[in-house]
Design a protein around this ligand. Structure first.
Ligand code: ADP
Ligand code: ASP
Ligand code: MG
Length: 406
């Protein structure tokens, strides 16, 4: 007997028909003699709807109430699935985050799971129950409902698979696996049979929303085999797993884009010790993540400092940076949210030279200007004008020959 965690995303539970299809998939695993834990998202579009309502109610909604509200989409889907399963003669029980004892820290909107007490879940599994758990939500030590960030049901599922020592974590979605790039914007995208945790993590962190980055981090840490599969077909699938020799031969495994980026430039900053710390400390104290950072060479004791944040956090970041800029004697702060980040990812980069040059040449052939560059061992990212996103992705996909199986 194996223990399987199945996670279904928003499009997979968008209406009752689709929820019945999910029920059939859970029953199939159960009838094969397995223990089954199902983790669900809200119906497609529901979390967006709830977020919009919160912002209609107040410009800056109270965070505790905001999390409590936006977690309700999952309440609906887990109960509907359990009703369907029970009506079909299969014992099922729905669990909200607090009932499943998914404990998190206090960081509303981007809470981290700190502990899952699995006693109750295991008791139900022993009874043969199909355990249906709300993704995306947890509870902090003061009993406040928290949410794990957009796409957080992936992380709920992998975390449950890790603590329950599941044999598999299946992530069911609207595509039949992880592709070389988003198949939604590049028709030549190719499905990968396998991808390493590290490459998947870079892809997720740079914008491939098929898996939430934290879910991949967790899968790697606890060695959880993750399969990305289609809810609507039994074909295909991608295994996210440890790196193997076959993977190393590929120079690139994927190309990603992220339009949720804003660029902030602090102009004419005195070039002296402590300046970067005084700019970035208040941002981190407000829980604002900074992504790429570049500092120009200094001229006559002054320099420009540019960095990127999530577009959603731009206004708050700008306010904070304005205050610091005044205090440290910078000339002005400029913001630009008409940008996108394009990244190429591959473990093979380590052993192949000329990858960066090829990326820059490809973008220049399309007359796309590069505003910022950052690199890691297995990734190169460039900030470009937002309107060139699809052109850049397609051109790079062609240039690196990703449509062909090597
Ligand atoms: P779910 O609601 O099931 O969690 P998401 O919308 O979060 O689904 O993620 C699936 C989507 O991710 C796909 O529809 C696809 O457009 C997008 N995506 C972006 N990059 C990739 C990629 N490299 N491979 C597969 N899908 C990708
Ligand atoms: N429903 C949440 C969201 O839309 C969580 C998820 O889908 O994973 O972000
Ligand atoms: Mg998702």
């Amino acid at each position: 007997m194996a223990l399987i965690v199945q996670k279904f995303g928003g499009t997979s539970v968008a209406d009752i028909e689709k929820i019945k299809n999910v029920a059939a998939k859970a029953i199939r695993e159960k009838n094969a003699g397995n223990e089954v834990v199902v983790v669900l998202s809200a119906m497609a579009g529901e979390t967006d709807r709830l977020i919009a309502l919160a912002h209609q109610a107040a410009e800056s909604p109270d965070e505790r109430e905001y999390d409590s509200l936006i977690s309700t989409g999952e309440h609906v889907t887990i109960t509907l699935l359990s009703i369907v399963l029970n009506s079909m003669g299969h014992r099922a029980r729905s669990f909200l985050g607090f009932q499943a004892k998914i404990l998190t820290d206090k960081a509303h909107k981007k809470a981290r799971i700190t502990l899952i007490d699995t006693k109750e879940i295991k008791k139900e599994l022993k009874k043969g129950t199909i355990v249906v758990i709300a993704g995306f939500q947890g509870v902090d030590e003061n009993n406040n409902i928290t949410t794990l960030g957009r796409g957080g049901s992936d992380t709920s599922a992998v975390a449950l698979a890790a603590v329950l020592k599941a044999d598999r974590c299946d992530i069911f979605t609207d595509v039949d696996g992880v592709y070389t790039t988003d198949p939604d914007i590049c028709s030549k995208a190719r499905r990968l049979n396998k991808i390493s945790y590290d490459e998947m993590l870079e892809m997720a962190m740079t914008g491939a929303k098929v898996l939430q980055p934290r879910s991949v981090e967790m899968a790697k840490k606890y060695n959880v085999p993750v399969y990305v599969k289609s809810t609507f077909s039994d074909e295909g699938g991608t295994l996210v797993t440890k790196e193997d020799k076959e993977m190393e031969r590929e120079v690139l495994s994927g190309i990603t884009y992220d339009r949720d980026q804003a660029k902030i430039t602090v102009v004419h900053v005195p070039d002296q010790p402590g300046v970067a710390a005084s700019l970035f400390t208040p941002l981190s104290e407000h829980n604002i993540s900074v992504d790429m950072i570049i500092q120009n060479a200094s001229a006559e004791g002054f320099t420009d400092l540019t960095f990127t944040v999530s577009k959603k956090e731009m206004k708050e970041a700008q306010k904070i940076v304005n205050t610091t800029a005044k205090a440290i004697g910078a000339k002005k702060v400029e913001v630009d949210d008409d940008v996108a980040k394009i990244s190429i990812i591959g473990v093979g980069m380590v052993s192949h030279s000329g990858v960066a040059a090829k990326m820059f040449k490809t973008l220049s052939n399309e007359s796309i200007n590069i505003m910022m560059i950052s690199t890691s061992e297995i990734k190169i990212s460039c900030i470009i004008k937002r309107k060139y996103t699809e052109l850049a992705v397609t051109a790079l996909h062609d240039a690196f020959g990703l449509e062909k199986k090597k």
